[in-house]
Design a protein around this ligand. Structure first.
Ligand code: ATP
Length: 363
């Protein structure tokens, strides 16, 4: 039996807005689950329903097989870390972490032991006497995490906890949170709009859009086996390139270049798309410069190059069709020149132009 079960969960706000539609998910004990999607897709609403801060309009939520819809936040044994750490400014780091336990009437010596242990896990031992204002953003974040994990609850909920940190701190905290999760082992649900956080931290990712789940899977599955154009475009940076075209005689046009789709799609399937809109997808990093075997070979004009250090993003134009290639910085083509590049057949995706769903290419 799964530890947490969300069955047909819906949220309709009092103003009638339907924020979450038919959300189904089973979470195993100890899993690190990330809800990801653009602003307004319903991630926080779903998290708040799990926390018991928002009522569930429709559907059932189970903790350990027990219906939890009517349980209060305390009974659910959840701890939550918010974007705005919500630390008590007049209390020391020690007291911020100890506060929840004192309220529960835990003995002082037990509190002392727990605070010290949590501070050790989080590298806060030297800061226990300080007030939050005398800490860096990353340290404050760790206190907020400490305050949550000290209670040894079963479910750990985090809503965009790294969004107030600078880029470098975010990278550090990302691995710290993963590390803490490994040590503490609590079931964690983490909300973010940042696909890199999702990819690097999650056991499984739930991609949401407009209140609907698009796909649930491991980071590997979402990157290599996206079910639709939304997921394919959301996971990966820069995003997957899409070229929309109509199939004619089994071929599509990219500018004035014809690509025969029988190289990637079985004849019967291809026949069913004759005369229909289809979208060719390929990732910027899944291309090669020059003419390669078993690939579509295309020519393009280089409009702009961006050296990022470990690679270069090359913005190209194929007679009006724009794409991005990711290349080795040592082989960056010059701007305003022509470049020849290849997309290996195995790296090609096709999507139905109407439904935007991926077409099963049998691999
Ligand atoms: P963000 O990343 O911006 O926090 P999110 O994916 O977490 O976005 P939610 O906060 O869950 O999104 O909001 C989902 C939708 O529900 C949004 O369109 C939002 O405007 C709407 N919404 C949120 N709270 C309420 C409310 N109390 N009443 C009505 N609509 C609400």
């Amino acid at each position: 039996m799964a530890y947490l079960t969300l069955k047909g969960i819906n949220k309709i706000y009092p103003n009638g807005f339907h924020a979450v539609h038919d959300f189904n998910l089973e979470i195993e004990r100890g899993e690190f689950i990330v809800f990801v999607g653009p602003s307004g897709c319903g991630k926080s609403t779903t998290l708040r329903m799990i926390a018991g801060l928002e009522n569930i309009s429709n559907g059932e939520f189970f903790i350990n097989g027990k219906r939890a819809n009517e349980m209060g936040p305390r009974e659910r044994e959840v701890a939550m870390v918010f974007q705005s750490y919500a630390l008590y400014p007049h209390m020391s780091v020690y007291d911020n972490m100890a506060f929840g336990l004192s309220l529960q009437g835990v003995d002082d010596d037990v509190i002392e032991e727990k605070v010290q242990e949590t501070a050790r896990i989080l590298g806060l031992t030297d800061y226990l006497d300080r007030k939050p204002r005398a800490l860096s953003g990353g340290q404050r974040q760790r206190v907020a995490v400490g305050r949550a994990i000290i209670r040894k609850v079963g479910i750990f909920l985090m809503d965009e906890p790294l969004s107030n940190l600078d880029a470098k701190q975010r990278v550090t905290m990302r691995s710290e949170i993963t590390d803490i999760h490994r040590k503490v082992g609590a079931t964690t649900i983490y909300v973010t709009h940042d696909q890199t956080e999702a990819m690097t931290m999650a056991d499984r990712i739930v991609v949401m859009r407009d209140g609907y789940i698009q796909q649930i899977g491991t980071p590997y599955d979402l990157y290599f086996k996206p079910v639709n154009m939304f997921v394919a475009g959301f996971i990966g940076e820069p995003p997957m390139n899409f070229i929309t075209s109509t199939v004619q005689n089994g071929k599509i046009m990219v500018g004035s270049k014809e690509l025969a789709l029988n190289a990637v799609l079985a004849a019967d399937k291809l026949a069913s798309y004759e005369g229909k809109k289809i979208v060719l997808g390929f990732r910027p990093e899944a291309t090669l410069l020059g003419k390669q075997e078993d690939s579509y070979v295309l020519n393009a004009e280089v409009e702009l190059t961006e050296l990022l250090g470990d690679n270069t993003n090359v913005y190209i134009d194929m007679e009006g069709v724009k794409s991005i290639l990711k290349v080795d910085p040592h082989t960056t083509p010059a701007m305003d020149t022509q470049v020849e590049f290849s997309i290996p057949y195995k790296n090609v995706y096709l999507f139905d132009g109407e439904t935007e769903e991926v077409i099963d290419m049998g691999r």
